[in-house]
Unconditional design. Structure first.
Length: 216
């Protein structure tokens, strides 16, 4: 505890229907979604915003998706930063009886910005968020709300979400871990010292990962 992102996405994949629509917000959540959603049928659809710093795309995008395809299952997947910008739109989902499954990855941080500050050797500033109970806020807005802090809660909560006929908000408290930086791996012995590689492997729990040149 807190959870990693992987078991959360395992549950999304488990309950997702063959024609599910995934609307993903902007930030670390985008990286997780691109890597961990199966997208294993031709009918499933994935959408995110490709513009710069367009946080808050998830919830309103889910409204548009559900209104456009009323018979299909819709997920929105947001970080706590993006969700907090537009959470008032849950009212709209409730008003129009849109059974969107809204998932919030809460790590109390603007994680993607935090990573950018790290990569550019800046001090971390303006990235800390407060812990918020988004499930209670969702209930106050008329939706069903669930807070998940333990692995053994996931399956039951997602089973209930899959059967709900009203909007659902699932607030999952996850570790503030940076997604594996595939664009900046510190593993090549020709470029990095053994100490640098060791630090990288420990931080990102890397085991037996081949180098790209080895694969080529």
């Amino acid at each position: 505890m807190p959870l990693r992102a992987e078991p959360l996405f395992k549950e999304i994949n488990r309950i997702a229907k063959d024609d599910a629509i995934f609307v993903t917000d902007v930030g670390n959540v985008t990286v997780h979604a691109v890597r961990l959603l199966y997208m294993n049928t031709r009918k499933q659809v994935f959408t995110t915003s490709g513009l710069f710093a367009t946080m808050g795309y998830g919830v309103p995008g889910g409204i548009a998706a559900q209104l456009s395809f009323p018979g299909r299952q819709v997920f929105t997947i947001s970080g706590d930063g993006g969700f907090s910008m537009v959470m008032q739109d849950i009212i709209t989902q409730v008003k129009y009886k849109l059974p969107v499954i809204n998932i919030v990855l809460s790590n109390d941080s603007f994680g993607f910005i935090e990573a950018e500050q790290e990569d550019t050797n800046q001090p971390k500033y303006g990235v800390a968020l407060m812990d918020v109970d988004f499930a209670k806020a969702a209930e106050a807005l008329g939706a069903k709300g669930f807070t998940v802090t333990r692995y053994d809660q996931l399956a039951g909560v997602f089973d209930q979400a899959a059967q709900s006929e009203v909007p659902v908000v699932i607030d999952v408290k996850i570790r503030n871990d940076r997604p594996f930086p595939a664009e900046a791996m510190v593993l090549d012995t020709d470029r990095f010292t053994a100490a640098e590689i060791g630090v990288f492997q420990k931080r990102y729990e890397v085991k037996d990962m081949p180098l790209l040149r080895e694969l080529l």
